[in-house]
Design a protein around this ligand. Sequence first.
Ligand code: NAG
Ligand code: NAG
Ligand code: NAG
Length: 581
Amino acid sequence: MPGRPWELHLLLLLGLGLRAQEALPPPCESQVYCHGELLHAIQMAKLYPDDKQFVDMSLSTAPDQVLRRFRELAEAHNHSVPAPQLREFVQQHFRPVGQELEAWSPEDWHGSPRFLQRIADARLRAWAEQLHHIWRKLGKKIKPEVLSQPERFSLLYSPHPFIVPGGRFVEFYYWDSYWVMEGLLLSEMVQTVAGMLQNFLGLVKTYGHIPNGGRVYYLQRSQPPLLALMMDRYMDATHNVTFLRENIQTLALELDFWAVNRSVSVRVGGQSYNLNRYSVAYGGPRPESYSKDAELADTVPEGSREALWAELKAGAESGWDFSSRWLVGGPNPHLLSSIRTSKLVPVDLNAFLCQAEELMGKFYSLLGNDAQATKYRNLRAQRMAAMQAVLWQEQKGAWFDYDLENGRNNLEFYPSNLTPLWAGCFSDSSIPDKALKYLEDSQILTYQHGIPTSLLNTGQQWDFPNGWAPLQDLVIRGLTKSVSPRTQEVAFQLAQHWIRTNFDVYSQKSAMYEKYDVSSGGQPGGGGEYEVQEGFGWTNGVALMLLDRYGDRLTSGAPLALQVPCCLVATLLLSFLPQWP
Ligand SMILES: *[C@@H]1O[C@H](CO)[C@@H](O)[C@H](O)[C@H]1NC(C)=O
Ligand SMILES: *[C@@H]1O[C@H](CO)[C@@H](O)[C@H](O)[C@H]1NC(C)=O
Ligand SMILES: *[C@@H]1O[C@H](CO)[C@@H](O)[C@H](O)[C@H]1NC(C)=O
């Protein structure tokens, strides 16, 4: 027993220090794909430009045998195997990436979905048709051997074919899929949507939640929860109440995961509120970014490394990997090592859950289960009160992430600050117009190529100058909740900017991208951990949504005159005239 107060303090400090150093469990059991000496040696040797490549390879023999061979190799080299031997080892025991997936052309794809006819501008219509064609390139189906020998693959088996984001992302991703599904529904591909929805429901039944993406190394983290919304969109298209009845408990199970594993109590103004956060208590570097995470950990004291890795995984769970949102309040908000995702109560996560609770109330009413409907309506009411007290800032006219340790909101601009509008999670009808004023005050409407992800240039991909399609949707459809024609008009202008950026870049590069640089006249985005990717599922989905909603008014921009040499001079002269308001 400690005899003096300072001894007690010392013991407490030691205890905390030990706890901080204690290893958290690995993101999955696999000693090939999630943790262990083999993974460490191969990833730290940097055999490939992107760490994701190795963990996406499948094994050519049973994992026990490969691990035994590796132990022999490691022992023969005193646990420091040179890179050429590692390369040879990988070639002998692994198969190149992508072989467990086959290209799949969706059976419900057809050439002339009705929404195309509603697009007035001929060049935008032709482009929308090309976007509609891209679904056929992004379709994937998992080969049966992944089901019969799952231990040889990092890919998680799902029975139904699906649409992937594209580029390095050849498996499904959770929140991406919602915007993909919106696009697929416009393309009248409801069977593909149903299959993707069934895959997600199956994952909830197996794991209790939806993993970030379709790989074992993503298992212990999720992504922004949009499953109930996916069901709602499917129901809108099919009115299949039988399907809803069969799966309502699985939807509830997913929300239980967020309630049990991701909730946090916040004390503000003498009252306690329950809200949610992203938090992943699993250790080690992320297998798909292993060497980057390991090197980042070398810059912090040894006792903080496991906590750093857990915070990086929580950042990945947020979908915003990475952003100044999660670096705020740390020792140096420009360094990724400052990441403290789980110390923040995010606006968007709580808005998504608020919407899910509303939808669950609606679903249960439809199924005649009033007790459950009431339960979810009460949960939603509690969350709205909590969001009002903890996240809403009346003088700013928006919601802001709450820092649990510093007891204050992060007042930086992020499009996520308006997610409650998009989610219909507000009760005062003046709020959409306050949000417009917030955008004006933050000088966001001065950006002509899309809404920036923040106004901070940290080099992270979820910051300035990148613009992301889902964030354009959050703001644009948020503003359309207003009854004011002016706010509606701003929503349209934002849609016009984004469409023109997508269209211009497509005209130059014949590709759609995961993100765009909104500062430089519209170029593919950059920054972050990997090269910008082409494809691209959610960008295409959002473009189709905007083309559908505003197809009668959107223009491709370049005046017709530009295509006719005789009119070039007139066009140049016109361009010196004051801009149309
Ligand atoms: C093996 O490596 C350790 C340090 O990693 C070193 O101390 C030891 O001498 C090495 N043994 C041989 C036989 O090279
Ligand atoms: C969620 O919490 C439960 C109960 O504490 C735990 O058994 C489960 O492993 C957790 N799930 C994840 C993905 O962390
Ligand atoms: C509706 O859902 C049921 C149950 O999952 C399914 O058997 C049926 O095929 C679905 N109907 C349509 C029209 O998709």
